[in-house]
Ligand binder design. Structure first.
Ligand SMILES: C[S@@+](CC[C@H](N)C(=O)[O-])C[C@H]1O[C@@H](n2cnc3c(N)ncnc32)[C@H](O)[C@@H]1O
Length: 209
């Protein structure tokens, strides 16, 4: 056992519902690219502590991170999740409904950059963001999150380490370059107070100040 397994065994409560969502994703042959339980638990904890009324997730897959996030919401809190693939969005909706959270979570289908622009036109604002979709668009998602953020909002983003490619001089693919730009922008941004937590594949956590 290493220190991560020790911490996870003791503190991360991944119950049968969350395990069944992962099994459902596997059975359907969908990509197994949901967050690890420790990141799910951290997101849940951040939502619980922050008590946001409006949470925006970018990248739903089958609803695994959605359930971690939605379970932390206060009574009147709601999660809106953006997903490109209509079948994935349906699977996610069915899974959050099975988890008893169907009335708290909505999915919006389409390219997230288009959905984000619609949300601005609708005057929507959010207190918490979780970015976990196509890596090339992370810099664009950050710009939108800043535009749609209420004061004090938290912006979180997964895969900030790209399995080590962000700090490897050998890696120069488009996703890695985009994540490097994203990390640099968050770190330097005058409106953000931020950290990169080297857990899982790296979680960026930033507060809009
Ligand atoms: C890493 S998975 C999300 C995993 C999920 N957050 C979880 O942990 O359970 C990324 C998701 O983003 C979606 N996606 C990719 N490009 C997108 C885009 N341009 N707009 C919206 N969603 C996109 C993919 O279809 C996929 O479901």
């Amino acid at each position: 056992m290493d220190r991560f397994e020790y911490a996870e065994t003791l503190f991360v409560k991944e119950d049968a519902i969350l395990q069944e969502i992962k099994a459902d994703i596997r059975r359907r042959g969908m990509p197994e690219i949901f967050v690890p339980p420790l990141i799910g638990a951290l997101l849940h904890w951040l939502v619980r502590v922050r008590a946001p009324l409006a949470v925006l997730e970018i990248g739903a897959l089958g609803g695994y991170s959605g359930v971690w996030l939605a379970r932390g919401l206060p009574e009147s809190g709601r999660l809106l999740s953006l997903e490109l693939d209509p079948v994935f969005a349906q699977v996610a909706q069915a899974n959050v409904t099975r988890a008893g959270l169907g009335d708290r979570v909505q999915y919006r289908v389409g390219p997230a950059l288009e959905s984000l622009s619609q949300l601005e036109q609708e005057g929507r604002r959010f207190d918490f963001f979780f970015i976990d979709a196509d890596k090339e668009n992370y810099p664009g998602y950050l710009e939108w999150a800043l535009r749609l953020a209420n004061p004090g909002a938290l912006i979180t983003a997964d895969n900030a380490l790209q399995n080590g490619r962000v700090y490897s001089s050998q890696a120069n693919d488009e996703s890695t370059q985009a994540i490097r730009r994203f990390n640099q922008t968050v770190s330097d941004h005058p409106r953000l107070s931020s950290l990169l937590l080297p857990l899982g594949d790296g979680l960026v956590v930033a507060q809009v100040i």
